[in-house]
Design a protein. Structure first.
Length: 357
């Protein structure tokens, strides 16, 4: 069990804690983010890394080549000469100058993690990219709804090992991997173990399966597990975005949600702002992190989720989930089939290309 767990439900408190952690670092700081914008919060994080480097702290920043395609060059230029080491995971590059098949494989494998590790003993993990879209007063519209967690404990070293594997071109194997407290999927065995564990927990749930996911493009096994949990009497609720940052995603999600059992599973569309949190509460087990319930997270991208089992954390997550439901619109499964012709067409197209979404 983690020595300490602190939950965050908005970007302002999350980034305030993360920046404080970087300012207190004495040995090392590793930050990785799928999207790293050079906006207000991005400049603050870069400044904190630069100051840490000047104190003699080993600082490294890893961004994804696809997610941060518009900012990577600017970040590299700003960090030049500061001592902060910078690396782009699977840089997009120019396909016709390399093996196109290999390039396509690299582009289909992204680092979708959002984490910060300080001194190898404390970590921040969640769905917060380094972007102003999560912060009050800076977002152009209402801040995105996200969830993050800060933890301390021995398992943080496994997260640091995963960072090393993503940073290096060498396939550094861990001494061990475990889905008990830290769910990593950067190795084939770990990915299968974590997916099987999640499916098994949902299938075997008897009390509740409360899932928050912004991109619902599930595998057949996941759909079947949800049906089984519902049939066994578990309270199955899915919270998805009413408005998405990805055009057409609501129609794609509706196509899959329409395959669930009418009257048995409750579906809610969050209304106030873009819902981007990734949280699972299954009986007395919960996870918070970067994984979506889609083929991309389950099969392709690098993700990280932390397992929380402290009673206080479970209560806090459950209260947050119920609060989100109060700002959501409940939808009946049958009504999802009553979309416009365009909506049905988008949903059908998404269903055909689900493996890539």
């Amino acid at each position: 069990m983690w020595k300490s767990e602190s939950l965050f439900f908005d970007g302002d408190t999350y980034f305030s804690s993360l920046l404080k952690g970087i300012s207190e670092a004495r040995v090392s700081v590793e930050v990785e983010s799928y999207i790293f914008e050079t906006d207000g919060i991005g400049i603050k994080v870069l400044g904190a890394l630069e100051r840490a480097s000047k104190r003699g702290v080993v600082t490294r920043l890893l961004v994804d080549g696809f997610g941060s395609i518009g900012s990577a060059d600017e970040i590299r230029a700003r960090l030049r000469g500061t001592g902060v080491k910078f690396h782009v995971y699977h840089s997009v590059g120019v396909p016709w100058k390399t093996d196109v098949v290999r390039w396509l494989g690299r582009m289909n494998r992204r680092n979708h993690r959002k984490s910060c590790i300080v001194d190898g003993t404390r970590a921040w993990v969640g769905s917060f990219n380094i972007s102003d879209v999560h912060c009050r007063g800076k977002a152009k519209e209402k801040p995105w709804r996200d969830t993050g967690v800060s933890v301390t404990g021995d398992e943080v070293r496994l997260l640091r090992g995963a960072f090393e594997r993503a940073w290096s071109s060498h396939r550094i194997k861990p001494h061990r991997f475990s889905c008990e407290w830290l769910r990593l999927n950067d190795l084939r065995g770990a990915r299968k173990a974590c997916v099987d564990d999640l499916i098994g927990r949902i299938r075997g749930a008897r009390k509740r399966v409360w899932l928050t996911t912004p991109y619902f493009v599930p595998t057949h096994k996941l759909l079947h597990a949800l049906r089984m949990a519902s049939a066994a009497g578990a309270d199955v609720r899915l919270l998805v975005p009413g408005h998405s940052d990805v055009p057409g995603m609501r129609s794609v999600a509706a196509a899959f949600l329409g395959l669930l059992t009418p009257g048995k599973i409750s579906i809610y569309f969050y209304q106030p702002s873009i819902l981007h949190a990734k949280v699972a509460i299954i009986d007395d087990w919960a996870s918070v992190g970067s994984s979506n319930l889609n083929h991309r997270s389950l099969l392709h991208d690098l993700e990280v989720d932390l397992v929380l089992r402290k009673h206080a954390s479970l209560q806090e997550l459950a209260a947050s989930f119920q609060a989100d439901l109060s700002y959501s619109k409940k939808i009946e499964v049958g009504s999802l089939k009553e979309q416009s012709i365009l909506g049905r067409a988008i949903g059908s197209l998404g269903f055909q290309f689900r493996y890539w979404l």
